[in-house]
Design a protein around this ligand. Structure first.
Ligand code: MG
Length: 342
């Protein structure tokens, strides 16, 4: 079977700029690809790289797609190197390979709370909307100020609600220890990526930071989640193989071929949060289908509480909800997004 391959590049302004370790992120760049088989069957996939997470760049993807040509066969995923996880994910989903037999029909979604004091009001609104899981960005203000907000937040949340913190690697080892000592006495679901060193900062620092993360996981009761550290398949594999028992945040859109990623996670009985990479509805549908078909440990609340993302709401595909149903995910018509990119 051969497929006709087409793709459309996009540059979509966010409704609200996203704060990252590399400054403000104002627009999402990526591409949507379309595969059509000989019988006229059509599938879509999205390439949504985040180069500062260690993924390939969009320019690299375009060059690779140019090399694959306008006609590909079902082996096209395997022709792409594992380092190009975004492209492997997109081709797999366009071939309809992202979902196995569903393991669950409904999963909670964690509401993303803004940094600083604004988190409290946002938490009240999300609670009223029915959310039971919350994620708050920390490492933005002074610790003392954030600790006041933390206790304010915890006081607002009912006992069944879960609060996770994401430092995005902003802390030094010493700051992380102070935070984890504080969290030990509080009902925090987990602390995500307390420290992080990029490969570009040198392998010595990277190794030292990995040791800090292992030490934090060993010395404090609050679970540690890895996000930036496990963005690509090689990083994820390395951490699971060294026996990491903490949480792993998996952004399917960055991780690679879904079947390979799911098998690896299940094989290690990984404790997983499936999470958004700020993709459009095309990538989000595929990422969520993957989450719903995960046969390992029951995944934690989905990290897809980010929408609406784009100024042009057509590209979000689905409204933000506190619980996602698989049938709603399957119902999403991603062809609308492809057509809107014309
Ligand atoms: Mg994170």
């Amino acid at each position: 079977m051969t497929y006709r391959l087409e793709f459309r590049r996009y540059r979509l302004p966010f409704r609200r700029a996203v704060r990252t370790a590399h400054g403000w992120w104002r627009e999402r760049e990526g591409l949507v690809l379309r595969l059509e088989d000989e019988a006229g069957g059509v599938g879509f996939g999205e390439v949504a790289p985040i180069p500062w997470f260690g993924t390939e760049t969009l320019a690299e993807v375009e060059a690779l797609l140019g090399r694959l040509g306008g006609v590909v066969d079902a082996g096209c995923v395997e022709q792409v190197d594992e380092r190009h996880g975004c492209l492997r994910f997109a081709l797999s989903s366009a071939l309809g390979r992202e979902a196995g037999v569903p393991a669950v029909q409904r999963l909670p979604v964690a509401a993303l709370l803004p940094a600083g004091k604004a988190a409290c009001e946002a938490a009240d609104q999300a609670l009223a909307a029915g959310y039971v899981a919350f994620k708050w960005k920390v490492g933005v203000l002074d610790d003392a100020d954030e600790w006041v907000v933390l206790d304010d937040l915890l006081a607002r949340l009912p006992g069944h609600a879960k609060l996770r913190l994401d430092a995005n690697g902003a802390w030094t080892a010493r700051r992380a220890m102070r935070w984890l000592a504080r969290c030990a006495e509080r009902p925090i679901e987990f602390v995500e990526q307390p420290c992080y060193a990029e490969t570009s900062q040198g392998t010595a620092l990277e190794r030292r930071t990995d040791d800090v993360l292992l030490g934090l996981a060993r010395d404090y009761p609050t679970p540690i989640a890895l996000d930036e550290s496990v963005a690509g398949l090689p990083g994820l594999q390395a951490w699971l193989e060294r026996g990491w028992r903490g949480v792993v945040v998996v952004k399917p859109a960055l991780a690679g071929d879904p079947a390979t990623v799911l098998a690896m996670l299940a094989g290690h009985q990984a404790d997983v949060v499936f999470s958004s990479a700020f993709e459009t509805g095309v990538g989000r549908q595929a990422a969520l289908r993957m989450a719903f078909s995960f046969k390992g440990r029951q995944p934690r609340a989905l990290g897809f509480g980010v929408g609406p993302l784009f100024q042009d709401g057509r590209f979000d595909g689905m409204p933000p909800v506190p619980f996602l149903e698989l049938h709603a995910v399957n119902h999403l018509q991603v062809e609308v997004i492809w057509n809107a990119l014309n």
